[in-house]
Write a protein that binds this ligand. Structure first.
Ligand SMILES: Cc1ncc(COP(=O)(O)O)c(C=O)c1O
Length: 443
């Protein structure tokens, strides 16, 4: 019987009960410490998000001060609080180059996506095109766990137990250069995966498709970087067929790629953007969904007597979360962490490719854009099952004092943006040492 009363997220409870959880007790900068006092570099940024690093006094103080002044009051019924109004203004300012004009708050990434999906559906109803209700998404996409967000996920194992999900969700291939079924040679990539989006729209009928949703980089799917012009090409296809483009920036927002947002990094302007994670660097949960002027205008023009958009979470615009986000943005801007992430990303990329060069028979791909990186491995002896190598790597790296997240046989990197060059090198050295240990195993 289970010894733990806490049912863990995405957790094999039998395994966890047998082994016991690894308890992280405190954190500072890029380091976390377990309850025995052992130090680890958090190479995964606490699930892709500890952008400004741990223990930032400024955010802790902002949270405490806001809790004292006004811990909570709802934004329903015509009320508002100052931090959430100020944060919305600041986000819209920040997102102006990305074409965003209004923002609605929620509590996490799934809710931000859920909000985006509902905006897209109602948008077409408001425009008199109620038949446009379908969503196009990619294989291996991760957009969250609520039923709508889950429906547009492309990770089959995550979806299967909860079917039937939303009708009218069409999956197209991911732009996964190293596992491309359409064009296996990346040098002659002709963007067949972008044309697959067009094909899906045409096959379904453009008058039935509401939106296309995409993470600029598919993080949980294995850190899948798109070929250079893929997103711009799909953006153009969506425009041509009157399909809204939702950029899910839950991971790529707030500097992760060495650009403020993934959309900007890949030179696109979406119609709707979702954000969470790095918006507060994890000090407290917050989600946000931003829309373009054109999307907002459609709702504004409705002859509604009640709310134009019947949607909203109790905690939408939570004052403490908004205060934390403001302090988080102060740090990102003042310390120029986005630019720093770009510079450290070059170091990470170079170091990973050097590991690949030294272990060419074991490393299929090594790459980083900003501080999002991947080291994809394959056992040339064919002795390990898929996923085993990634697990072994993470285990060895943990013993070497670096926490990373294996996704299949991809070791993924997403450290806090405050990481130094020496710490990047230490993290990559641990991955190489782990690989050498795996190679030396007698099994
Ligand atoms: C791109 C993306 N969207 C949405 C989500 C869901 O966010 P949350 O887990 O905060 O609900 C995630 C979670 O990792 C994500 O990576």
């Amino acid at each position: 019987m289970a010894t733990l009363t806490r049912w863990g997220p995405y957790t094999n409870m039998k395994e966890l009960s047998a082994k016991g959880p690894r308890i992280i007790a405190r954190a500072e900068g890029v380091y976390v410490y377990d309850n025995q006092g052992r130090q680890y570099i958090d190479g995964h940024g606490g699930l892709w998000l500890a952008n400004v690093g741990y223990g930032r006094r400024e955010i802790i103080d902002a949270i405490a001060q806001q809790a004292e002044a006004l811990a909570w009051f709802p934004s329903f019924g015509g009320f508002a609080n100052e931090p959430s109004l100020a944060l919305a203004d600041r986000l819209v300012d920040l997102l102006r180059p990305d074409g965003m004009a209004h923002v609605m708050f929620s509590n996490d990434g799934s809710e931000a996506v859920e909000t985006a999906l509902k905006i897209a559906r109602q948008y077409w109803k408001v425009k008199g095109q109620a038949s446009k209700y379908k969503y196009i998404t990619r294989r291996l996409a991760y957009h969250g766990v609520t039923m709508g967000a889950l429906s547009v996920q492309g990770v089959t194992e995550n979806r299967r137990e909860f079917e039937p999900l939303l009708p009218g969700v069409i999956h197209v291939p991911a732009p996964y250069v190293h596992h491309c079924s359409m064009h296996p040679d990346s040098r002659t990539c002709t963007y067949a995966c972008a044309r697959a989006v067009e094909d899906a729209i045409v096959t379904q009928g453009p008058d039935t498709v509401a939106a296309f949703i995409a993470e600029p980089v598919q993080a949980a799917g294995g850190v899948i970087f798109p070929p250079t012009d893929y997103l711009a090409e799909v953006r153009e296809i969506c425009r041509r067929y009157d399909v809204l483009f939702i950029a899910d920036e839950v991971v790529t927002g707030f500097g992760r790629l060495g650009s403020w947002f993934g959309s900007r990094h890949y030179h696109i302007q979406p119609d709707i953007m979702t954000m969470a994670k790095g918006i507060t660097s994890g000090y407290i949960p917050l989600g946000a969904t931003a829309v373009s002027d054109a999307v907002f205008q459609a709702f504004w023009d409705m002859p509604a007597v009640g709310p134009e958009f019947r949607h909203g979470n109790t905690y939408s615009g939570h004052p403490i979360a908004a205060a934390a986000a403001m302090a988080n943005l102060d740090i990102l801007e003042r310390e120029q962490l986005v630019e720093h992430a770009r510079r450290m990303g070059l170091v990470l990329h170079q170091a990973l490719t050097e590991v690949q060069a030294r272990h060419a028979d074991w490393v299929i791909d090594a790459r980083a854009e900003g501080l999002l990186g991947r080291l994809e491995l394959k056992d040339p002896r064919g002795r390990l099952n898929p996923g085993e190598l990634g697990q072994k790597m993470a285990e060895y790296m943990y013993n070497l004092g670096v926490i990373v997240r294996p996704l299949g046989d991809v070791v993924t990197f997403s450290p806090p943006l405050v990481i130094t060059e020496a710490q990047v090198m230490q993290m990559v050295a641990a991955s190489e040492e782990a690989l050498v240990r795996v190679q030396g195993e007698s099994v």
